[in-house]
Ligand binder design. Structure first.
Ligand SMILES: C[S@@+](CC[C@H](N)C(=O)[O-])C[C@H]1O[C@@H](n2cnc3c(N)ncnc32)[C@H](O)[C@@H]1O
Length: 219
């Protein structure tokens, strides 16, 4: 009896059956769920506010964003919040020279993943609220910013800092592309003088999202 009670008070010890069961679930998870999605879910679980999305962007969303960005044929294209690299892949597929692409990603795990997946692209691990420092001299030659940052879920103070950084480095007329899950909303209240050039709802995304293409600082 004493023996039985001692054993039942050790919650960390797992029976062989329990271990077998977990092993099976783990193998099923790994074989059914793609590696990128598993990584995304892992980062999402550790900080949902910073990820701000239930799953990675769809190829359709990424394609539309990339098609808008590659219209700018000079200078660097900066991708903010690279995540698992869906938009990065679309930018390269649209013919962007990897030397012109700089990806900024805050998560160490996702940055490492992006570096492995796109060895020719510059991946900067860091906070977009410190963009000028991260970019250094490259900040002088930016023609477009493609952002997947979750501006609605990040703290307001962070969003304002990101806005100030962009204000400081983007030349007038630079293209700023941002997607949002808020389908009716076009305005960005933290940046002055943005002109919306184009806007499209991408229904083939989970959930559907709207891509807004702005001219920074007016035309
Ligand atoms: C909506 S998810 C990325 C979606 C991405 N297109 C994909 O398909 O994986 C937003 C990304 O922004 C990153 N992020 C959030 N806040 C950031 C910040 N302040 N600076 C840089 N990256 C940030 C998150 O780590 C996350 O990878």
């Amino acid at each position: 009896m004493g023996q039985a009670m001692t054993e039942s008070t050790k919650p960390t010890e797992r029976s062989p059956w329990h271990k077998e069961c977990w092993g099976f679930i783990n193998r099923l998870w790994v074989s059914v769920v793609p590696a990128d999605l598993r990584l995304f879910i892992r980062v999402l679980r550790s900080g949902p506010q910073a990820v701000g999305a239930a799953c990675p962007s769809s190829r359709h969303l990424a394609d539309y964003m990339a098609a808008q960005a590659v219209l700018c044929d000079d200078g660097y294209i900066v991708e903010l919040g690279g995540g698992t690299g869906v938009v990065t892949a679309a930018l390269l597929a649209h013919g962007l020279d990897p030397k012109r692409l700089i990806v900024v990603e805050q998560s160490a795990l996702l940055s490492a993943h992006l570096r492995t997946r796109f060895p020719q692209v510059t991946v900067l691990e860091g906070d977009a609220a410190q963009l000028a420092v991260l970019l250094g001299r490259r900040a002088e030659r930016i023609s477009a910013v493609v952002s997947s940052l979750p501006l609605k879920s990040l703290p307001k103070v962070t969003v304002h800092r990101i806005g100030n950084e962009l204000e400081a480095i983007l030349p007038k007329g630079a293209t700023f592309i941002q997607f949002t899950y808020s389908l009716r909303c076009q305005a960005i209240d933290w940046a002055q003088d943005l002109t919306c050039l184009r806007s499209r709802t991408i229904w083939r995304n989970v959930p559907p999202a709207r891509v807004n293409v702005f001219a920074w600082g007016g035309l």
